[in-house]
Design a protein around this ligand. Structure first.
Ligand SMILES: [Mg+2]
Length: 255
């Protein structure tokens, strides 16, 4: 039974809803598989997480992808041994079937110029600026009062740097190449597969909602991890519930 109230959290109801023969699962990383930490590098990754995801890849015959805002090598570093597909930098880069594909702007002068300017913003405000291969992120988690000030800085950066767009993230403003989105990753994965698949997007963030929009349009649905407004059909209360759900699917599939 579909759960009509997205605030109710019962993975027991959720399991039968995922048609493992037709589902394509797209799974965000931070805030979905692992808890968000004060800085991107200080996350705590469960030791068996890569193994859990590899089992899902096998159960779904390869129809499983980690879709993150992080660069692909970051995900590889935090999930050593994970063999499934990865979409990084919000769909701007990918590792599919073991082949890495970077966005054309990777390593470009345009990105270097944007990052230099972004670094100065961080220095002026005393806030973290996270560099990505194709952009940068102005974080205000350490200084929430600077949300609007950093938004204005991000808008100014956009005005001076063509080819980028601004996205709201969790306690952060992200600048990334125009057109790169998690929804784009979903579109591309589905385009390369047989028709009739059911895309299922697990995520905790506004960037995942973009992917859910695509999934819903393609006959699938979203699963929101944690609180916040969402168009997801289901909600899991935290990352532990998410990992439990995957383990439950693995267990039930094995028996
Ligand atoms: Mg997330």
């Amino acid at each position: 039974m579909a759960n009509p109230d997205p605030m109710l959290t019962d993975p027991g109801d959720l399991v039968p809803e995922i048609d493992l023969g037709r589902a394509y699962i797209f799974c965000d990383f931070d805030g979905t598989l692992v808890d968000i930490a004060p800085t991107p590098d200080s996350i705590d990754v469960a030791g068996d997480l890569a193994d859990t995801l590899n089992r899902m890849v096998k159960i779904l015959d390869g129809r499983f992808a980690v879709v993150s805002g992080r660069p692909v090598p970051d995900i590889e570093r935090f999930l050593p041994g994970y063999t499934g597909d990865i979409w990084g930098a919000h769909g701007a880069a990918s590792r599919r079937g073991g082949t890495l594909k970077n966005h054309p702007l990777t390593g470009s002068d345009a990105v270097a110029r944007l990052q230099t300017a972004a670094r100065h913003v961080g220095e002026r405000h005393g806030t973290l600026v996270e560099m990505k291969p194709t952009g940068g992120v102005l974080h205000y988690r350490s200084k929430p009062a600077l949300e609007q000030a950093l938004h204005a800085e991000a808008v100014a950066l956009l005005a001076e740097n063509e080819g980028f767009e601004l996205h709201a993230s969790k306690m952060a403003w992200e600048l990334r190449p125009t057109g790169a989105s998690k929804g784009g990753a979903v579109t591309q994965e589905l385009a390369d597969r047989q028709p009739g698949l059911i895309p299922v997007v697990f995520g905790d963030d506004v960037t995942d909602e973009e992917a859910m929009t695509v999934a819903i349009a393609e006959g699938g649905f979203g699963v929101r991890i944690g609180g916040g407004k969402t168009q997801a059909r289901f909600r899991l209360k935290d990352t532990a519930a998410m990992r439990d759900l995957l383990k439950r699917i693995i267990k039930e599939t094995a028996s």
